[in-house]
Design a protein around this ligand. Structure first.
Ligand code: WTA
Length: 662
């Protein structure tokens, strides 16, 4: 792909393979049944109508998939762009939709989660909707007893466990705003987020299991909250039995809190726009952004896409491998499937424990029908060869999903064959923490091209703009934009109005106010199929997770021996991108291997294992503009052996020579 003047790209290589979905799936899937009922003749006709009539479409989805205490009086209010409101005046609660209404409908005995511990000598266990309902009620009463009220923030730093979802639900139930922090984040990463959202209460666990061994978590949680004056209590789940440091008067055991409470608890009636959660994601600066989501819209987006994209019905056994600490876990492990009353698999650990057959074994054991994972995991398993999948029966799988980064055609073909029996279509879903639910994706009746995310979903008018705000024609590329809003969209950044406007809405304000800039580039081929090209901003995508270059750089320069750092992403076969850091050391410091190793450890301690650089390389200088901005683009081009382009604007053009090939 070549960069054009306006930042648009031309499609140079076209994918010609097309995979048709199985006929009976295409005919009978939820999405096409709806289309037929409406009288649409083709999928394109349906997608077009739903985009043009998006208000009417979302109104119907909100009435179909959510239960309201009081109906809304207006579907969408855009009078205060870019602060959109959905389902104005409506009263609702996510907990009611995710759990309570299933109990009322007599479906309490249905299994919500089959929980599978990583250690094979621990029992697997089913959690019914009824059990979740009762535990969450008690937990919600427990939170109230600690003084948590509607609008308070509660941080959750817990591993992949059903109790983590219960903690989320307990917050939703009483109107507290939860903020999960992935348990693989360092104590500092966790602490920064707790301080930013001023959490009153924190949930954590004594530890978690990794490769059969108990690992501590509570000490990191303690370290994280040590400077957070807002935190009054730390609720600790006993998972491993590891001994934990304990602060009397502040720390509370999860099980004791639950046991001491009644199973009756009124669910708080929330306004549709009341906040459900804040989830932090990496932006272009070192400071993570707290993305806010609302109850009303979130009851609609994940449930609708679970029904249409994943075609989930009550007889499915559904498995999304994402950790609940990420947005994929929020929408597609917790809220989406729960709202539909689906039975899901929740697996605690990694795909290679005790061996590379673990995921296939779970699929066989539970007859998983719909499976959703990330390309990085597919590529990792692909590398292990076919002997593992061939050992297990995977014939139950009827539909696959992918998320987080482009699923390259090679991995696509392998995934389809070894997870999908060569027939199951792959829903390659493009979306973001900000969107709350899938935005661009095939539907089960869509003929798919490997590597493509197909088209914008019904209800979205997603398109591609060039730098000036002109829509780019088919066969070209540009910036992904949403010119119209959608229910599960982000509502704001926590306490950062300026950045919210700047990062998402300013770019095309003069062309069409209220156009959302996603921060990704994509191309469309002549048939209109979308291919995602990656971020336009300085954000890395490592194993499908967003990490800001600036965040890693600021961790490095916090080290006493480092004067400056520049971080780039190097294409990586398995992870998508690997982090490579160039560092300028302080005068007099010797660039030893030990120091480079220490710097990698330092990043791990500061940001967690996801952010560890694959390499730290000492250099004399890095290219900078006259205003002192590090030119990562130039560094990357030089390091990867690509043309560096015009470097005349650099303050120190000779520095380019110091960057080695990597
Ligand atoms: C990337 C994850 C290619 C993209 C749900 C986006 C993808 C960022 C895909 C959001 C996909 C997500 N193909 N790239 N199917 N899905 N991305 O907020 O760059 O963790 O902007 O949400 O992941 O990452 P986030």
């Amino acid at each position: 792909m070549a960069e054009g003047k306006t930042g648009t790209t031309k499609v140079l290589m076209e994918e010609t393979r097309i995979f048709e979905p199985p006929k009976d799936l295409a005919e009978n899937c939820n999405a096409w049944q709806w289309a037929k009922k409406k009288g649409f003749k083709t999928e394109q006709e349906m997608r077009d109508w739903c985009g043009e009539n998006y208000i009417e479409f979302w109104d119907e989805m909100a009435k179909t998939y959510a239960d309201w205490y009081e109906p809304y009086t207006q579907v969408m209010d855009d009078s205060e762009k870019p602060y959109f409101k959905w389902f104005v005046g409506g009263k609702i609660n996510m907990f009611y939709n995710a759990v309570e209404r299933h109990i009322k409908a007599g479906k309490g005995d249905r299994v919500a989660y089959h929980f599978i511990p990583e250690a094979t000598d621990q029992p697997e266990r089913a959690y019914t909707y009824q059990e979740i309902y009762e535990t969450v009620n008690k937990l919600a009463n427990g939170l109230k007893s600690l003084g948590v009220v509607k609008g308070d923030r509660v941080s959750i730093y817990m591993p992949m466990l059903p109790e983590t979802v219960m903690a989320m639900l307990a917050c939703a139930k009483i109107g507290a705003i939860h903020s999960l922090v992935f348990s693989g984040f360092s104590s500092k990463g966790f602490g920064d987020r707790v301080q930013d959202c001023e959490a009153k209460v924190v949930f954590t666990a004594d530890g978690f299991y990794r490769r059969g061994k108990p690992m501590p978590l509570k000490p990191q949680a303690d370290d994280g909250v040590k400077d957070a004056a807002s935190v009054k209590n730390v609720i600790v789940l006993k998972r491993t039995g590891l001994e934990v440091p304990w602060t009397e008067g502040r720390d509370v055991w999860f099980h004791e809190l639950v046991e001491s409470q009644s199973a009756e608890c009124e669910t708080e009636v929330m306004d549709a726009e009341d906040r459900l959660f804040i989830l932090y994601t990496s932006g272009t600066t070192g400071k993570p952004k707290g993305i806010e989501h609302a109850h009303g819209g979130y009851c609609v987006g994940p449930a609708y896409t679970c029904k249409w994209v994943f075609d989930l019905n009550e007889d499915d056994v559904y498995w999304c491998t994402a950790d609940v600490g990420w947005i994929t876990g929020h929408s597609y492990v917790a809220y989406g499937p729960l709202c539909l009353g689906i039975t899901s698999i929740m697996y605690e650990g990694s795909p290679d424990y005790p061996d590379f057959g673990r995921w296939y074994k779970i699929i066989e054991d539970y007859k998983v029908t719909v499976f959703y994972t990330a390309p990085t995991a597919v590529r990792m398993l692909m590398k292990q060869g076919t002997e593992w999948p061939e050992k297990y029966d995977r014939s139950s799988v009827r539909l696959l999903g992918s998320v987080g980064e482009p699923l390259n055609p090679e991995a696509y073909i392998w995934y389809r064959k070894y997870f999908g029996n060569e027939v199951s279509p792959i829903m390659d879903t493009w979306w973001q923490t900000e969107s709350g639910c899938h935005v661009i994706s095939p539907l089960p009746m869509t003929p798919c091209k490997p590597g493509s995310v197909a088209y914008p979903l019904p209800g979205f008018n997603t398109t591609l703009f060039d730098e000036d705000g002109n829509e780019v024609p088919l066969g070209s590329g540009g910036n992904i934009v949403n010119p119209t809003p959608w229910p599960s969209m982000l509502r704001a950044f926590y306490k950062d109005e300026v950045r919210y406007k700047k990062e998402y809405w300013d770019m095309y304000w003069n062309v069409k106010p209220g156009t959302y800039l996603a921060g990704d580039k994509a191309t469309r081929d002549k048939d209109g199929y979308w291919f995602i090209q990656g971020r336009i901003d300085d954000v890395l995508s490592v194993a499908g997770h967003r990490i800001a270059n600036a965040e890693v750089e600021s961790a490095l320069v916090a080290h006493k021996d480092v004067a400056e750092a520049a971080v780039i992403g190097k294409p990586d076969e398995i992870k998508g991108e690997a982090i490579v850091a160039f560092v300028i050391l302080n005068t007099g410091v010797e660039a030893t291997d030990d120091l480079m190793k220490a710097l990698r450890t330092h990043v791990r301690t500061s940001l967690g294992p996801l952010a560890i650089p694959a390499a730290v390389i000492p250099v004399q200088d890095v290219p900078k503009t006259r205003s002192g901005k590090i030119m990562r683009r130039v560094i990357k081009a030089k390091a990867l052996g690509n043309p560096t382009g015009d470097t005349s604007a650099l303050a120190n053009p000779e520095s380019v020579d110091y960057i080695p090939l990597i």
